[in-house]
Design a protein around this ligand. Structure first.
Ligand code: NAP
Length: 366
């Protein structure tokens, strides 16, 4: 089977994960399969707040979160990621147009998809659509499952050298016969829009250093905090989860913003006691409704990254998506909380577009 190269496509990478419940041939399991891959992303010299230099449509501007929950009926503000992501896409579309008119350059994102996983294909499709919506060119390479590592790296090299490509994503997971590190390391750091290159992560961790790209999901979490005027400096933050793609970079980002950060993971004893002290919680675990209202400090701000399908007989699909945090309970205690879906999810793709735009700007000195 020969690889097909399709231009004017788009996309992203994905991380596989195990989700609860495994059965066969049900809509629920289809959802589980789909969600095994989660958003990719990233690019850009790290200067927070990344997108705040772009203007926000004032009529849709999210209002600041009030962190005072003393007295009165408890009802958290909903942090509307869908709405913020739309604002960001509009801002990016305007910038893309400006760049095209000024210097004739259109940002381009290339995605390499290996194998036939439906979830990965869906992700790639969504990213292509997102690129189209803001005027970013997308390029897609689809390779068969039995491709060799060298074949994948050959396409990466071509995109590394292609001046019309400003961001490269290798959709994860790769087939098991490939060494993911070898493949990802082949992506030129200046086009590493997922931000997973060790140099980018290393710079993120170091004082006085700036990564070219920050992983998109954690970047989206911080952007939500900024857009809702949540003060981070001097606050106690807890990140639940320490994965390379979400938890760990989220903790680094919060620290760069002068929060005092604790990380909770699967070996942490009494996680609720740690979470209880947090002004800001970012949860990226993959366990439905694990964080209860009783874990939260009154007035805390909760960013729920988790996307977990749970069976729901009332839904025509047989399942619904929930976060790591019990939303109904959190709403009664927190001052602000992201919903699932409609919270962090849409921000991930918006950050990918943002990173691609930033990459093009940097490469063309615009
Ligand atoms: P992951 O790689 O599986 O990492 C999960 C992390 O949670 C690990 O660090 C693990 O600890 C920790 N953990 C597991 N069980 C725990 C427990 N009972 N208590 C405390 N910590 C626990 O997952 P991920 O890729 O970071 O994704 C996490 C969730 O975010 C998933 O639901 C995923 O679907 C979602 N996600 C959403 C987006 C988006 O765009 N919205 C993007 C990416 C991921 P150890 O390190 O000790 O194993």
């Amino acid at each position: 089977m020969s690889p097909s190269l399709v231009f004017t496509d788009s996309s992203t990478s994905t991380a596989s994960r195990l989700l609860p419940f495994s059965r066969t041939a049900t809509p629920f399991n289809a959802a589980v399969s789909l969600l095994r891959s989660v958003g990719p992303l990233n690019v850009r010299p790290f200067v927070l707040p990344p997108l705040r230099t772009l203007s926000v449509n004032s009529s849709n501007n999210p209002s600041p979160v009030i962190n005072d929950k003393s007295g009165g009926e408890a009802c958290a503000k909903v942090i509307d990621g869908k709405m913020v992501a739309k604002q960001i896409r509009d801002e990016i579309a305007a910038e893309v147009l400006k760049m095209k008119e000024a210097i004739g350059v259109v940002p381009g994102l290339a995605v390499i998809l290996v194998g036939d996983r439906k979830d990965s294909a869906t992700y790639v499709r969504n990213k292509k659509k997102a690129c189209e919506s803001v005027g970013i060119n997308s390029f897609e390479v689809r390779l068969p499952e039995d491709s060799t590592e060298q074949e994948v790296i050959k396409f990466i090299s071509e995109f590394n050298n292609d001046p019309s490509v400003h961001g490269i994503l290798v959709q994860l997971p790769l087939p098991s016969h490939m060494d993911e590190q070898n493949v990802l390391n082949a992506v030129d750091i200046v086009k590493d829009v997922d931000g997973f290159h060790p140099l980018n992560i290393g710079r993120l961790a170091m004082r006085g250093r700036d990564p070219l790209f920050v992983p998109c999901t954690p970047k989206g979490c911080i952007e939500l905090l900024h857009r809702y005027a949540v003060e981070i400096k001097g606050k106690r933050a807890v990140v639940i989860g320490r994965s390379n793609i979400v938890g760990m970079p989220a903790a680094l980002l919060l620290q760069r913003e002068d929060a005092t950060v604790s990380i909770v993971h699967s070996r942490t004893k009494n996680p609720e006691e740690i979470v209880k002290h947090a002004d800001i919680i970012i949860s990226a675990v993959g366990q439905p409704n694990m964080v209860r209202g009783s874990w939260l400090k009154p007035g805390a701000v909760v960013i729920d990254v988790g996307i977990n399908p749970v069976e729901d007989a009332k839904s025509p699909r047989g399942y619904k998506l929930v976060g790591d945090v019990c939303y109904e309970e959190a709403c009664k205690v927190a001052s602000a909380v992201t919903p699932v879906p409609g919270g962090v999810g849409p921000m991930t793709i918006a950050m990918l577009l943002s990173n691609t735009l930033s990459s093009a700007k940097r490469i063309h000195n615009f």
